[in-house]
Design a protein around this ligand. Structure first.
Ligand SMILES: *Cc1c(COP(=O)(O)O)cnc(C)c1O
Length: 821
């Protein structure tokens, strides 16, 4: 049973002209392809202004998008009305990033129209897959943090948690990556809005004036802030429909515009540049996503972006509250604001400012009220990634907020006189401390990470506020990451345990008894094999590299960062290549090493690693003696769509970060769910994956977080490790000798010197352990049936990583909100 639409409509209205549900009926009406076809044709004609004969691929995609969007309106309106009627608390998820990917396939799946759409589109003479593939990825995020926000939107809608996602409508999402310059990363602007964005509704009426700079005048207990500049924040809404169309929430993204769009006088004088200047200036605020997965420190534009979307969101939240209620002291019973990392940390001071300066609330009461609304999710322990803003910059751009921050700091210090924690320190505003102090709950994103948050970055604050820190281990949406990305596996799951696992993923444990059955294992193996053949075809088509689909697909896809240690993987690849050359007949397990990921444009070391991987690939792939057993491929421009393609076809998932550095990871969960085995360290959610799948179904290696800390106390830990490992030494020497740089011995000097010297991320100290684990992987690969058994166990035991479970945790522990369905 697919499409279940339990609504009837008034006569004389149509899906296109704002139809309106009148009564909810029990029976389900499967929407057929004929009905959808009519709707597509109508949109082709009236929305796109084309007839079928002249419709381009784009026209067809847009017409299908609009026809599907029509189906989302009903649950969307219904959810809004139900929330109003129940006066329910709402969640406001503030995130600088939403790494969404494509929307169309997901929406079609969620409203149960997959088959009808396939049929309708084919009937109109277009290939369904091609139409879906025409949609550009909405890449409004860098990596895990932004993808988490996107998975949370899906889960909040699936669970019927009344929620808004708030973010920025970047004109340019994450840059496009190519390796045009001899394997070096080259960035070009991404352009997802060049074509119309069919999902969004522009809301000119929901606009707010957002000010910057200027001066503050005392006004009794309050203050009057007179900004020097201002831009307009305009709302663009995208409906986010949950599984089976039972509920839909709103993703509201803010676009920046000039208050005075155009200087006609200047234009009439012929000064076209001056005429457009105000508009150009304002628009820079939402022009481009910062392409760094940590943060750009101290950049004024970044601070303005953060304030821009946070202030617009807070105003929108207060407007909605004030429309329904008159007493602001009731705010916490209606409003839960979640700060995804510190990027929206100014929400605390901004909310206090609104309550004090605009509504006359007493300062301490305002702080308490704001705190009762706010939650803060910490995503990193790395000091360079914890935001700090120069006091001078904060005072200049947000003078009133700086005053409020100082006052919050003072009263916190007064309340805890014996402790030495402050928000403002050495001329900097520490946004982590600000977020902690202004939140009623602070959460880490995996069990290990949360313990480290308590013991390291926020140890003192944790002692002052016991119980404030809670854990909410990340998750991923099974709709996109299993059902959509791996339809073959999804069918096998449904055939084995019955329907309905998509929103009750804990039910995957019911697969376990079937794993003992050889027939089931063969089906599981056949699905993986077919997914791999599809991927091999794509690699051949896209990159011109022939890979053996029977080889082990060994995959590391994620942002490039030294802590994620792609260089550990490529060093092992070099060592393995040498070993195979020395002993070609030793029955090596054939492998295809697949890399994917982007580096921040200014991250020199990460880009050097990318360049090295491409050059190692070039050299190894040209070696005819090892060709059958070792290939290295690195498709450019890793994004959500590529992840959906690669993960279902993976055998081995590389999760090899330096222990203590990866807060959680979510890629690791997607792989396990799709039946890949993990080679990994005890880091982030790897710990919980290993606990769930069992240590015998996980390839563990490397130092623990505390061993890493110990190791660094020996200043020459890297040199010692190199001396103790011939393989590692030889691999580094090959790089230094120019084996991958056409004899240039200087090319990777920065990288090799770092490995021989400081090696903060303990690549060398973990190398031998990693090598040994890889050889255990080889041995396990030798017994294909047992490998399949282990892979299937991974799928069966990792249902806990559904983001539905994560959101249920937030609802119970942080937001104190009950689901509406
Ligand atoms: C899941 C995902 C990530 C996060 O991957 P990690 O391995 O957890 O860092 C990053 N980018 C994309 C496109 C993803 O889908």
């Amino acid at each position: 049973m697919r499409m279940s639409r339990s609504i009837t409509f008034e006569k004389g209205t149509s899906a296109q002209s704002g139809w309106y549900p009148t009564k909810i009926s029990k029976e389900t009406l499967p929407m057929d392809s004929t009905e959808l076809r009519q709707s597509i044709l109508k949109h082709l004609e009236f929305s796109m202004g084309k007839d079928l004969v002249h419709a381009s691929l784009y026209d067809m995609r847009m017409a299908l998008t609009l026809a599907v969007r029509d189906r989302v309106i009903e649950p969307w309106f219904r959810a809004t009305r139900a929330t109003y009627a129940a006066q329910s608390k709402r969640v406001y998820y503030l995130s600088m990033e939403f790494l969404i990917g494509r929307l169309l396939e997901d929406a079609i799946m969620n409203v149960g129209l997959t088959e009808a759409a396939h049929e309708a589109v084919a009937g109109l003479g277009f290939d369904f897959e091609t139409v879906l593939a025409d949609e550009p990825d909405a890449a409004l995020g860098n990596g895990g943090l932004g993808r988490l926000a996107a998975c949370f939107l899906d889960s909040m809608s699936t669970l019927g948690c009344p929620a808004y996602g708030y973010g920025i409508r970047y004109e340019h999402g994450l840059f496009r990556q190519s390796f045009a310059q001899d394997g070096r990363q080259v960035e070009t602007a991404e352009d997802w809005l060049r074509q119309a964005h069919g999902w969004e509704f522009e809301r000119p009426e929901a606009s707010f004036r957002i000010g910057f700079g200027g001066s503050v005048a005392e006004n009794g207990r309050t203050a009057i802030w007179t900004p020097e500049d201002a831009v307009l924040a305009k709302a663009y809404d995208t409906p986010i429909v949950g599984w089976q169309g039972k509920w839909a929430n709103t993703l509201r993204l803010w676009g920046a515009e000039a208050l005075t769009a155009f200087d006609l006088a200047a234009f009439n004088k012929g000064d076209f540049t001056a005429a457009a200047a105000p508009e150009a200036l304002a628009r820079t605020i939402s022009r481009v996503l910062y392409p760094d997965d940590t943060t750009e420190q101290g950049k004024e534009l970044r601070l303005k972006q953060e304030f821009f979307f946070t202030a617009a969101s807070i105003r929108d939240i207060l407007r909605r509250f004030n429309a329904e209620h008159s007493d602001l002291s009731g705010l916490p019973s209606r409003v839960a604001i979640q700060m995804n990392d510190t990027h929206p940390a100014i929400a605390g001071p901004e909310l206090v400012r609104a309550l004090v300066d605009e509504s006359g609330m007493e300062f301490d009461t305002a702080v308490e009220t704001a705190r009762a609304c706010l939650g803060y999710t910490n995503h990193t322990l790395m000091p360079e990634a914890l935001e700090r803003w120069p006091e001078e910059l904060m005072s200049r751009v947000l003078p009133r907020h700086m005053q409020i921050i100082e006052r919050i700091d003072e009263s916190h210090a007064k309340a805890h006189p014996k402790r030495n924690v402050s928000i403002v320190e050495n001329g900097e505003v520490k946004m982590g401390e600000l977020s902690f102090i202004m939140a009623n709950k602070v959460n880490g994103v995996s069990a290990l990470h949360t313990e480290l948050v308590k013991d390291t970055v926020f140890a003192e604050l944790n002692a002052l506020h016991p119980g404030r820190i809670v854990n909410e281990t990340n998750g991923v949406t099974p709709r996109r990451w299993i059902k959509g990305a791996n339809p073959r596996l999804s069918s096998l799951i449904t055939d084995t345990i019955g329907a309905g696992w998509e929103d009750r993923l804990e039910r995957l444990v019911e697969l376990e008894p079937a794993i003992a059955d050889k027939g089931f294992r063969n089906q599981f193996a056949e699905i993986k094999a077919r997914n791999k053949r599809d991927l091999a075809d794509w690699i051949e088509r896209d990159m011109g590299i022939a890979v053996n689909p029977a080889a082990m697909f060994d995959v590391q896809i994620k942002r490039f960062h030294e802590y994620k240690r792609q260089h550990l993987n490529i060093l092992e690849t070099i060592a393995l290549w040498q070993e195979i050359r020395a002993n070609p007949g030793a029955g090596w397990a054939p492998r295809v090493k697949i890399f994917g990921g982007k580096a921040a444009p200014g991250y020199v070391m990460a880009k050097e690693i990318i360049h090295l991987i491409n050059n190692v690939a070039r050299v190894i792939n040209a070696d005819t003696t090892t060709r059958d057993v070792l290939t290295v491929v690195y498709p450019p421009n890793y994004n959500v769509t590529m992840a959906e393609r690669l993960i279902p076809a993976s055998d081995l998932s590389e999760q090899i970060s330096t222990a203590g550095k990866e807060a959680s990871g979510t890629g690791n969960m997607k792989f396990s769910l799709n039946g890949a085995l993990t080679i990994g360290t005890l880091d982030g959610a790897n710990v919980e994956i290993r606990d769930l799948v069992g240590p015998e179904n996980f390839f563990l290696f490397g130092m623990t977080a505390s061993e890493v800390v110990e190791c660094r106390k020996t200043p020459d830990h890297a040199a010692r490790a190199i001396k103790a490992s011939n393989r590692l030494g030889a691999a580094i020497e090959m790089i230094e000798a120019g084996a991958f740089s056409n004899g240039d011995t200087e090319m990777y000097h920065g990288l090799t010197q770092n490995l021989r010297g400081h090696d903060y991320f303990t690549v060398c100290a973990d190398f031998d352990s990693y090598w040994d684990a890889q050889r255990r992987v080889d041995a396990a690969w030798g017994d294909q049936d047992n490998w399949t058994r282990m892979a299937a166990i991974n799928t069966a035991r990792t249902g806990w990583f559904s983001s539905d479970r994560t959101i249920q945790g937030y609802m119970a522990d942080v937001w104190k909100i009950t689901p509406m369905i």
